[in-house]
Design a protein around this ligand. Structure first.
Ligand SMILES: *Cc1c(COP(=O)(O)O)cnc(C)c1O
Length: 458
């Protein structure tokens, strides 16, 4: 306890030290190894009975952890869909840890109201109708799980089974998707529907977009089942969008729950001439998106939108005497997986307040522009070939035959520490995938990537 009291009394000095370290880290990002592919083992020291206090613990962090942290929040970590963290979002996140609010139930803090306003703002950012309620989650995986659970519950109701009460045993539920994200399969497994409960519907030739004719005939075949359709608003490789307007009509006709996975693709709604991609999304029952990707808020932070909070509450609502409050506000613990909840809304609130729609729109536009720029370079290159056209923020390419194979090249590039990319598969062909979602990535970074690509495959 003594050390804790000691550190507490010195909080201002200690936190300034951390602030200085963080600024230096951020300022040094351009010189830092972008991805630390093989970090060393940590010294094998047992947990000691006595602590050393923050000063020494921090010194140890600086010596044995900090040098091996990656520059993943910097401009050239272009793997997965990583995003960065804007200053306001980061500082908001710091505050979250200090104020340590538990946003499980209202009635003891303003935090629930902040989450409500944040969700309202996100709805405005994405131009979604106010029939959508929302809850902050740990990310798109958690949001997809919520979508599957809600769809499953409704599908159960449709065939007269109260799943949250009696479980899954008597169930006939099918899930339909064209190119589901891997987190959707995980959700199916967790939700007890199983991966076998999914009908993988064919996509249009050479795309990851579901063939709506094929979807219709599948839905028709399972008329007596409870049904969930999981549509993509931006697949991770081709950044393809399912035709939500038509699909939502089919879902209404066939009584299927429509969940849309727009983890990063929903941000296309910030660009006027990409609006058509998500036309019809307003008819969805539920929507997933991520704030830790294209909104550039620190990990981890996602949101789940639903038009049916009552279904949410039926599955996830709990009553316990010690959590009873008199309030007209929602208890977010009844809408998500977690009971105790971090104040995840604040960094989003801070970022939206600080940068509004316009600066976030600029990030999205710039990232798409950079993807375009890289795609054009590849099209004109003799050593590389685009695997599919770049439609949003992702570029997928491979080396031409007779040159270094794509996997080897990728390893070489990532080992170099100047850039980090991840693999991608397009129509069974392996390649390299570049995804732009960081606010700080510039044309110079793309130039550097092109120079590295030029040098690596001569
Ligand atoms: C990233 C992603 C997910 C998974 O989201 P996490 O935030 O990593 O849990 C789901 N769907 C899509 C389309 C994604 O891009």
């Amino acid at each position: 306890m003594d050390r804790i009291y000691g550190d507490y009394e010195e909080f201002e000095r200690l936190s300034s030290k951390v602030a200085t370290w963080c600024s230096e880290f951020l300022n040094g990002l351009s010189g830092r190894t972008v991805a630390v592919v093989s970090p060393p083992d940590l010294p094998r020291v047992p947990l000691s009975e006595e602590g050393v206090g923050f000063d020494e613990a921090f010194g140890e962090f600086e010596r044995s952890i900090a040098p091996w942290l990656s520059g993943s929040c910097g401009p050239r970590f272009l793997g997965y869909v990583t995003g960065g963290a804007t200053p306001a979002a980061q500082l908001g996140d710091w505050i979250v840890s200090s104020v340590d609010q538990n946003v499980a139930i209202p009635g003891d803090s303003i935090a629930t109201k902040v989450e409500l306003q944040t969700i309202e703002w996100l709805r405005q950012l994405f131009e979604l109708p106010d029939t959508f309620h929302g809850v902050m989650t740990t990310g798109a995986s958690a949001s997809n799980l919520l979508g599957v659970l809600a769809g499953r519950e409704r599908a159960g109701e449709d065939i007269g089974v109260n799943i949250s009460e009696v479980g899954l045993s008597p169930l006939k539920i099918k899930v339909f998707a064209g190119t589901p994200h891997s987190s959707t399969l995980k959700a199916l497994s967790i939700a007890g529907i199983g991966k076998a409960g999914m009908i993988q519907v064919p996509c249009y030739q050479g795309t990851e977009e579901i063939d709506v004719g094929a979807l219709e005939s599948e839905l028709r075949q399972y008329e007596d089942h409870g049904k969930i359709v999981i549509a993509s608003a931006g697949t991770v490789t081709g950044t393809d969008f399912d035709d939500l307007a038509t699909i939502s009509k089919l879902c209404r006709e066939h009584n299927a729950w429509l969940h849309v996975d727009g983890a990063f693709g929903l941000f296309s709604r910030l660009i006027q001439d990409k609006h058509y991609l998500t036309e019809g999304i307003e008819f969805a029952d539920s929507i997933t998106t991520d704030c830790h990707k294209w909104l550039n808020v620190p990990y981890d932070c996602g949101v789940f939108f639903t038009k049916h909070p009552e279904v949410q509450k039926k599955i996830l609502g709990i009553t316990a005497s010690y959590t009873e409050v008199q309030s007209t506000l929602p208890a977010f613990m009844d809408m998500g997986v977690e009971m105790s909840r971090r104040f995840r809304a604040l960094p989003v609130w801070m970022a939206l307040k600080a940068y509004g729609i316009s600066e976030h729109r600029k990030i999205v536009k710039r990232n798409c522009h950079l993807a375009n720029m890289l795609a054009s370079w590849i099209e004109n290159s003799k050593c590389y070939k685009l695997l599919c056209p770049s439609k949003l923020n992702v570029v997928l390419f491979r080396t031409v035959p007779g040159k270094c194979d794509s996997d080897k090249l990728l390893e070489k590039l990532n080992q170099g520490g100047k850039i980090f990319l991840t693999p991608g598969v397009w129509q069974r062909e392996r390649g390299i995938r570049v995804a732009f979602s960081n606010w700080s990535t510039t044309e110079e970074d793309v130039d550097l990537l092109c120079t590295l690509l030029q040098g690596a495959n001569n």
